[in-house]
Design a protein around this ligand. Structure first.
Ligand code: XBP
Ligand code: MG
Length: 258
């Protein structure tokens, strides 16, 4: 029986990458006097590396050969400082409320709670970033509906490793077959599937051309009555305009129950 929905954050609940994290990284680089700029295209490429600290490290290795002489400890400390400053910038940007929840997200969370489904979050970003997003762009108290909020702080190996989803399952005392995951990226999908959890994908501009083989369904967004979704996967796309609890239940019964 379907018991819980587990949501990724960045790119899934809201389009936080292009106008949130990316902008915050650039403001931080400028504040530190670095002439680095992550344009939209470069950021799309850098997103292959999950985690802000890991992304900065990858960027330095790939694009800043001048820094190759810096001792590893110094570099790690520098990246840590830069990343913490980026998250402060991110919180300021998010506070303005400029990044709303994606279509259908708040509706589905409400319906799921009303239907008695349990809720969790499995994200690569930090807890403070999740809190900032919910405070600014979600109904008050909604974050407290999530009984497990698994973040950067929860596990060591980031997506596409299964660790974050395994952590959520353990905390909730559920098996993978009792859950559905919501993701926007190939790394996120691989993470959920490696933990055995079926996953539904809502793509965005950064991820629409990624490989989503194995996904339960791929859609452009979760859909609102006034803003119907478009199904992008060949399989499992019945004729429905929104992803609601009844649709999820039907998909689950049809494709996830052995
Ligand atoms: C997406 C990520 C994150 C964000 C930036 O995570 O890979 O690294 O880009 O956040 P998810 P941090 O989709 O799993 O939420 O800088 O805090 O890592
Ligand atoms: Mg994501």
């Amino acid at each position: 029986m379907l018991k819980a929905l587990i949501f990724d954050v960045d790119g899934t609940l809201a389009d936080t990458e292009r106008f949130g994290h990316r902008v915050a990284f650039n403001l931080t680089f400028a504040a530190f006097g670095l002439n680095w700029h992550w344009g939209e295209t470069l950021y799309g490429e850098l997103l292959a590396v999950t985690g802000g600290r890991e992304r900065i490290k990858h960027f330095i290795n790939r694009y800043q050969p001048d820094m190759s002489g810096v001792a590893t400890n110094d570099l790690t400390a520098f990246i840590e400082t830069l990343h913490a400053a980026k998250n402060r910038q991110y919180a300021k940007l998010i506070e303005t409320g400029r990044i709303p929840a994606r279509p259908g997200v708040i509706r589905l969370i409400r319906e799921a709670k009303a239907a008695g489904l349990r809720l969790a979050i499995a994200t690569t970003t930090k807890l403070e970033n999740v809190e900032a997003l919910f405070a600014a762009s979600f109904p008050s108290d909604m974050l407290s509906w999530f009984e497990v909020i698994a973040t950067d702080e929860s596990v060591q190996n980031k997506k596409p490793a299964p660790d974050i989803y395994q952590y959520v399952l353990e905390e909730m005392g559920l098996s993978a077959q009792e859950c559905l995951a919501f993701e926007d990226s190939e790394n996120g999908l691989r993470s959920a599937l490696s933990a055995g959890i079926p996953a539904l994908i809502t793509v965005n501009d950064y991820t629409e051309n990624q490989n989503f083989s194995g996904a339960l369904m791929v859609v452009d967004h979760l859909g609102e009555p006034q803003q119907p979704l478009t199904c992008l996967s060949e399989k499992n796309c019945a004729d429905f305009a929104i992803t609601d609890v009844a649709v999820l239940g039907a998909l689950y019964e049809a494709y996830c129950v052995e």
